[in-house]
Design a protein around this ligand. Sequence first.
Ligand code: F0G
Length: 457
Amino acid sequence: MELPFAESWKIKMVEPIVKSTREQREQWLKEAHYNVFQLKAEQVYIDLLTDSGTGAMSDRQWAQMMLGDESYAGATSFFHLKDMIKNLMGFDYVIPTHQGRAAENVLFSFLVKEGHVIPGNAHFDTTKGHIESRHAHAIDVTTDDAKNTQLEVPFKGNVSLEKLEKVLKESPGNVPFMVLTVTNNTVGGQPVSMQNIRETCELCHRYNVPVVMDSARFAENAYFIKMREPGFENMTIKEIVKQMYSYVDAATMSAKKDAIVNIGGFIATSRKEWYEGAKGFCIPFEGYVTYGGLAGRDLNAIAQGLDENTEFDMLHTRIHQVQYLASLLDEYGIPYQRPAGGHAIFVDASQILTQVPKEEFPAQTLTCELYLEAGIRGCEIGYMLADRDPETRENRFGGLDLLRLAIPRRVYTDNHMAVIAAALKNVMDRRETITRGVAIEWEAPLMRHFTVQLRRL
Ligand code: F0G
């Protein structure tokens, strides 16, 4: 008999989680203005708000924490991280930062000027924020495949080369770089193929435009290349990673995802002039260039996390769990962005709460309903997150309206996945009774979803 699948690790430390009653959750959600970001974590049973900084570090990472060198400048921990990045990604220059958006802030402070145009395959919201706050334009060039949640294609995160070339042609001399995000979080944690990475970079370089890889989930992307793209099945994850980075000019990294640490990030590049330019912004914003807002122990933990999470078994365990949740949703007929992504399931709210008009934010409403049902906290990746157009101030209803269930790495078991699926099924079963959504009472001018205050209609 073939042995069944099991995790590639065992558990050494546990943290209790507690259930609540529906009455308690009704009260708490009201107090949180129907915005799950405003809930207290202890009011949550299963927390799927994000896979960012929420992973469980390994015994080896904790051991590295103890070995951290806390020297202000030139710490051995910095060189440990720098060597790891050089080995994995091939870059010579590394600037640590306290997280991914800080890497964006430091690098973009040097590169982005008013009026610039920066194409990308669905820029993450902080990436877009750092572009738009500098009065530059972030243009989405993701393939149209990503818009149809039911279309089953292997690399739905890909760049549309036609859309990209149109932007490059229309803005000569005005595109400081292109952002290539792997995996493409915004459209569902969907991977980008090696072929698309190569062709995107070739196209940009033909127009003298460098490429920055937003690398938050680069290892999960490499896993999908190995599993889905012909020619890569016999390569190791580390070999695939090396090839991915051989095409690009720089990386910004949120280490809180695929380096499985609770805090951290970095910029890495082969361009000396970018390194020299970015350095000047690292020191005032983040700290001296060999620690960038982190402790020496954090740098060590990132290096160790990068090493272990670019091993096949670790990634296979992780993505197997996400796919297990997807298989349960299939059983219950719950629509989501297909196929399941690397770090999350993105439930298609517009196909479930069909009676809630888009002006009343169906995905935000579904997020509330799932919390009320079972204390599970997901995250809206839809019309609320899409914000308003910076010029017209109209809500941007053009994209998908999804509820993201992000799975923290090495934290929950498959039994938790079964609870999540059953809770969603219960919401699905009573969806005919959900006819109204939410209305905005207060919102911030930028990145409103974190702090928005809502009223239930
Ligand atoms: N790029 C991508 C693709 C991301 O998903 C994130 C963060 C960032 C950059 C910014 O990194 O949080 O370390 O500053 N994504 C988290 C999420 C917050 O929930 O998807 P950060």
